[in-house]
Design a protein around this ligand. Structure first.
Ligand code: NIG
Ligand code: FE
Length: 393
């Protein structure tokens, strides 16, 4: 087994606060920064971390030449398996048309019409795209199949590229069930869920809970679906409070969801419930960028002690970016998160929702991202510049 020493790290962000220094603000202390650092990697695992001056011997070395290194970005919310795009819908939205979820039907039709190999090729290109921008871990949802066969197909394709897969049969009610929503609910909670579980096709169940969209699901419908998923052994994630105030966050907290995503419109009771239950609030500011909704109030959540994560929501409708650096820059500029809070939320914060730690420490997977800059601060300081990439060891 060969051990590789990564050297030349001007600044190493570990997310391990045992490396914090006296006098640091809490958000920076939590990043566990080591300057002039080295990391030893063996068999894909971190086996030593510390100052370069104390580094052990190794079989080989990778010198990153004064760059910053950090835990790989964790994109904990994506919809990467789809065909077609909705550029025209985006253009209409920029001209004033509101988003209501109706466009999802366009993507469902294109996705159903694509072969497995076509979808596999599209998915591989998207995965390569997000890796080039520093993402090492990705969650993928189904939701553009909306039949037993097509949902399973999307979950299988997702599973080929990541272990973090979410069943979103309740994305919207498909056109063929528009006149009988109850029948679609029966399908999702009956044969569709049974097939997902029988094939071990997903770890999570998710619902687009948004009473303001005629296409998405009400509180009562979402509760039935999420309870069924949970009873079948799936952990719960929720799309909630995206288009306006609503029941999604409350429901997620009630059901012990690992994460409730969007959180754009929150009541005081929602914030209190998140703080009390520990359900993570996953913010997706690329969506507000692409739909012209107001940005979520991250400060209100952080100041209340809510655990916050950041992800892209990469999908052809509300946010077609695969760039976690873009999301981090938005979080700093528009959500008023500090650069340290934003990086933590995009790594350890999102990792937590997938049962991972998102830190660089002994025994952790060597999922590392390198920045072509001396400090993590450059992520938000130099928006749009392709500085981040995954570090292959
Ligand atoms: O997370 N809100 C629901 N689902 C996606 C959008 C999907 C689409 O419009 O294709 C989201 O924003
Ligand atoms: Fe989404």
């Amino acid at each position: 087994m060969t051990a590789t020493l990564i050297t030349g790290i001007a600044e190493l962000v570990t997310n391990d606060s045992s490396w914090s220094a006296a006098g640091q603000a809490p958000d920076v202390a939590r990043l566990g920064i080591v300057t002039d650092a080295a990391v030893l990697v063996e068999a894909g695992e971190v086996v030593w971390v510390g100052p370069a001056s104390a580094a052990p011997q190794a079989d080989s070395r990778v010198d990153v030449g004064g760059c910053a290194v950090m835990p790989g970005f964790v994109d904990s919310h994506t919809h990467l398996v789809f065909a077609g795009d909705r550029a025209a819908e985006f253009a209409a939205r920029m001209a004033g048309t509101a988003y209501d979820g109706g466009g999802i039907a366009t993507t469902v039709a294109a996705t159903r019409g694509a072969t497995d190999d076509e979808l596999r090729t599209l998915l591989a290109a998207r995965i390569a795209e997000l890796r080039r921008q520093g993402t090492t871990t990705v969650e993928i949802k189904s939701g553009y199949g909306l039949s037993v066969e097509d949902e399973l197909r999307l979950l299988r394709l997702a599973r080929e590229v990541t272990p973090h897969v979410t069943f979103l049969g309740a994305h919207v009610v498909p056109a063929e069930y528009a006149a009988d929503r109850a029948a679609y609910l029966d399908l999702v909670t009956g044969p569709m869920l049974a097939a997902v579980v029988a094939q071990g096709a997903a770890t999570y169940v998710d619902v687009f809970c948004e009473p303001l969209s005629a296409h998405a699901f009400t509180e009562d419908e979402a509760r039935v679906i999420l309870r069924a998923g949970r009873a079948a052994g799936l952990a719960v994630r929720v799309h909630g409070n995206q288009l306006g105030p609503g029941p999604g966050v409350r429901l997620a907290c009630e059901l012990g969801a690992v994460s409730v995503d969007h959180c754009t419109y929150l009541s005081d009771a929602d914030v209190a419930a998140l703080a009390e239950t520990g359900t993570v609030a996953t913010l997706l500011p690329g969506v507000e960028f692409s739909t012209r909704h107001p940005y979520p109030d991250a400060r209100r959540l952080l100041d209340a002690g809510v655990a916050v994560a950041l992800a892209t929501d990469c999908n052809p409708g509300t946010c077609y970016t695969s760039s976690m650096p873009f999301v981090i820059a938005l979080a700093v500029r528009e959500l008023r998160m500090t650069p340290a809070e934003a990086l933590y939320a995009a790594t350890a914060g999102s990792a937590r929702t997938l049962g991972l730690r998102g830190r660089i420490a002994v025994g952790e997977p060597a999922d590392l991202t390198v920045l072509d800059a001396p400090s993590y601060l450059h992520l938000a300081y130099r928006p749009g510049v392709p500085l981040a990439s995954t570090l292959k060891v």
